[in-house]
Design a protein around this ligand. Structure first.
Ligand SMILES: Cc1ncc(COP(=O)(O)O)c(C=O)c1O
Length: 422
């Protein structure tokens, strides 16, 4: 019996009329295989239900926010409890101080914390603080690195002006010579180097940070008094219980956090070292919902779990099982599968697959078997996953590789991904 997608189709048709493009941003399925659902109805633990009620083991984890499982009872109880007391008030609650104390206690380079809603709020504040601190303008960014959807860092030019991106110099991630050339072009005007904790750009293999690159970024900032910023919005707490660059022994001046810090509740953070404190209090930064108490209560419980449980070892162990199991299966099916990035944030790309036709076919086959994987964006593991889930994913992968193998000679070009090869 074929699966019905009638609710999803109906919602898409209605969305076409009232939502620009039918959907926008990273959750639009425009660049995913045609059978991927656009709409969902529920999430619990590591599982999602689409709008037509199909259950899916979810390796996207809401693009990161789901760290301890959808609908975690204890975190959500902390949230709900605070909601009954007060959430959006005329001023913050004491939870804000407690949360700042908690984060500065966990992130070794941090002496202070500010809270906002999205990762893009935090990265914009980091940019402003670096400019306020140095009274300079130029920032160095790695080509292709994502820091949010604000005009200064938007991946698409529509609606932005060249001035929005003025005073930026791009370098190649992990390329010390390119970083040095960027720093020398910036000269005495360098305000900040923005660093992704790893290269986790879409469509290409992920690359872990070279410690020499991270150290050089630190030195180049120190040489002229610029600030080093690590954007941990996506990778935060999936690599370390501290800033992700703690694993390469480099401490930034500022780091930005979001996504999983309250297990899906809306809060992000910017933390910084004492030297940037004055600039941090000088910029005008605020938002109507930035001081909400309920997400702070959820964050406190999430961070307690980060500190006090073996969640990181657990997702690392499951991630290694998944990586090893997939490598074995792909090779048994004589398929070249490249797996990159930390095992807790895996990305799968196939060899000989410039327009992703193999990746699309394999992902669709996984979906048919109830496993949601992404063909070109890094995925995420969450602590609610179990060995049984990894078994399910590997069993599905075996079938999906088999099916891909037989379909390869007949696979048509993926028209919507043609831009990758043109
Ligand atoms: C590294 C990084 N920085 C910043 C952002 C922006 O976060 P948000 O979408 O919450 O604004 C993202 C979002 O994916 C991200 O991955």
């Amino acid at each position: 019996m074929t699966k019905s997608n009638s609710h999803d189709s109906e919602l898409r048709a209605r969305a076409e009329a009232v939502i620009p493009g039918g959907m926008y941003g990273h959750q639009s399925v425009r660049l995913l295989p045609d059978d991927y659902p656009q709409f969902f109805s529920a999430g619990r633990g590591a599982r999602l239900w689409d709008a037509d009620g199909h259950e899916l083991l979810d390796f996207m984890c809401a693009y990161g926010p789901n760290l301890f499982g959808y609908g975690d009872a204890v975190i959500d109880a902390a949230y709900a409890d605070q909601l009954t007391r007060g959430d959006t008030l005329t001023g913050p609650t004491g939870l804000m101080v407690e949360l700042a104390e908690t984060l500065t206690g966990m992130i070794s380079h941090a002496d202070w914390a500010m809270f906002c809603k999205n990762g893009a709020d935090a990265t914009l504040m980091a940019l402003m603080i670096a400019r306020a601190h140095t009274r300079r303008t130029t920032v160095i960014l790695a080509k292709g690195a994502y820091h949010g959807a604000a005009p200064w860092c938007s991946m698409r030019p529509a609606g932005t002006t060249p001035e929005d991106k003025a005073n930026q110099i791009l370098c190649d991630y992990n390329d010390v010579a390119s970083l040095e050339a960027a720093a020398s072009a910036a000269g005495e005007d360098l305000a900040a180097i923005f660093a992704a904790p790893l290269k986790h750009d879409a469509f290409v293999d992920q690359v872990l940070p070279d410690p020499a690159y991270a150290r050089r970024a630190r030195e180049l900032c120190d040489a002229v008094g610029a600030l080093l910023v690590v954007d941990d919005v996506r990778a935060g707490f999936r690599i370390a219980r501290d800033c992700s660059w703690s694993v390469v022994g480099v401490a930034p001046d500022l780091s930005t956090w979001g996504k999983c810090i309250a297990n899906g509740h809306a809060i992000s953070a910017l933390v910084g070292a004492d030297k940037a404190r004055r600039a941090a209090s000088a910029i005008y930064a605020t938002g109507s919902f930035w001081f909400q108490a309920a997400p702070m209560a959820a964050a406190l419980e999430t961070l307690r779990r980060v500190r006090q449980t073996d969640y990181l070892e657990h997702i690392n162990r499951l991630g290694h099982r998944l990586r090893d199991g997939l490598a074995e299966l792909a090779s048994a099916h004589r398929l070249g599968l490249r797996q990159s990035g930390p095992v807790t944030m895996p990305l799968f790309l196939f060899e000989d697959d410039p327009d992703l036709r193999r990746g699309f076919c394999w992902s669709s086959e996984m979906l048919k078997q109830g496993v949601y994987v992404h063909p070109w964006h890094n995925m995420f593991l969450c602590a609610a996953m179990t060995d049984v889930d990894i078994d399910q994913a590997l069993e599905a992968a075996d079938g999906a590789f088999q099916s891909l193998r037989t379909q390869i000679p007949h696979l048509a070009p993926v028209e919507k991904m043609r831009f990758l090869i043109s």
